[in-house]
Design a protein around this ligand. Structure first.
Ligand SMILES: N[C@@H](CCC(=O)N[C@@H](CS)C(=O)NCC(=O)O)C(=O)O
Length: 208
């Protein structure tokens, strides 16, 4: 398998890398510079792999290119302990994968990207406030859900936890409030077999 990811440590690519490591899968990596002009993700060679011009993309051994971190994780986790077997458990994993993509990542990932690399220069104060409020709302929903629970679905570690962990682990550093349940859950994820840290930032701008 071949993973396309970025030279900057992308949380979306981290989800896939963390799962690949926990599964003990072998894979090669191509790193693309998303800050280049034009970004390497928007050049014809890569658009032929993913017309949506975004990493991560996992190219399977038969040559099929699979983009979207949630779809890649769902594919890799099938038949493993990282995806529940029950119909409801699988649907609840999808529930949190969709939550992450619609109500969490668009705020917290963007806030992280602006904080460390892109700056907030071309965004209004109102826009910045909206990112902060909506990101915090997502973390607060996670905090309430985790009351009395160790993990998000069926109280066992799954790709729902990986999806939510990838950017939540940066939340406190970039100024979001992280309360007791989420904080304890972050540590629990880090104790899982095969857990690997997010890649270091080659530009040195992100301290995580
Ligand atoms: N929904 C996608 C989002 C992927 C995404 O936003 N990737 C960013 C890096 S984290 C990217 O490729 N940016 C470069 C570009 O847009 O050209 C996923 O979960 O995989």
């Amino acid at each position: 398998m071949h993973l396309y990811e970025s030279t900057l440590p992308s949380g979306n690519a981290y989800k896939v890398r963390l799962l690949l490591e926990q599964l003990g899968k072998k894979y090669d990596t191509t790193f693309l510079d998303i800050m280049a002009d034009p970004p390497e993700t928007r050049r014809p060679e890569f658009l032929a792999v993913n017309p949506n011009g975004r990493i991560p993309v996992l190219v399977l051994d038969d040559g099929t290119a699979l983009p979207e971190s949630a779809a890649i994780m769902f594919y890799l986790a099938e038949g493993t302990k990282y995806l529940p077997e029950s119909r409801l458990g699988r649907a609840q994993v999808l529930q949190w994968l969709f939550f992450e993509q619609y109500s969490h990542e668009p705020y917290i990932a963007v806030y992280k990207f602006c904080t460390f690399w892109a700056g907030f220069g071309d965004r209004s104060e109102e826009d910045k406030k909206k990112l902060k409020e909506r990101g915090q709302a997502a973390i607060d929903i996670m905090e309430r859900h985790l009351t009395g629970k160790r993990f998000f679905v069926e109280d066992r570690y799954s790709i729902a936890d990986i999806a939510l962990y990838a950017y939540t682990m940066a939340a406190e550093t970039i100024g979001f409030r992280v309360d007791e349940n989420v904080s304890a859950w972050l540590k629990r994820v880090e104790e899982q077999d095969g857990w690997v840290k997010v890649r270091n930032d080659p530009t040195g701008k992100c301290p995580l």
